[in-house]
Ligand binder design. Structure first.
Ligand SMILES: [Zn+2]
Length: 93
């Protein structure tokens, strides 16, 4: 296998903005993890800025499509990922 896997999906800005609009119409402006509103004007590097969360992780074959995405604060997305790791570990013990 020569195909490089970076573990990070890349989408262009236009597609990202369109997905963001679609998700806000579908789910509203609240974080799917903590249910608090997201401030969409925060800079990307702010821990409370919005992020796409993959419902099925793309490392497990999840795709970058509307049906597989939800909106979360960066911090919450990180916590959720950590939580999933722990849950997997507990299940395997
Ligand atoms: Zn949140």
């Amino acid at each position: 296998m020569s195909r490089r896997r970076t573990g990070r999906a890349v989408i262009n800005r236009q597609r990202r903005d369109r997905l963001l609009r679609q998700l806000r119409v579908r789910d509203g402006d609240d974080c799917r993890w903590c249910l608090q509103p997201i401030d969409f004007d925060l800079p990307r590097e702010d821990p409370m800025a919005w992020t796409f969360d993959h419902i099925q992780p793309h490392t497990d074959g999840g795709t970058y499509t509307r049906n597989n995405l939800q909106l979360m604060h960066g911090t919450c997305n990180h916590l959720e990922g950590r939580w999933e790791q722990l849950a997997r570990k507990w299940r395997s013990e």
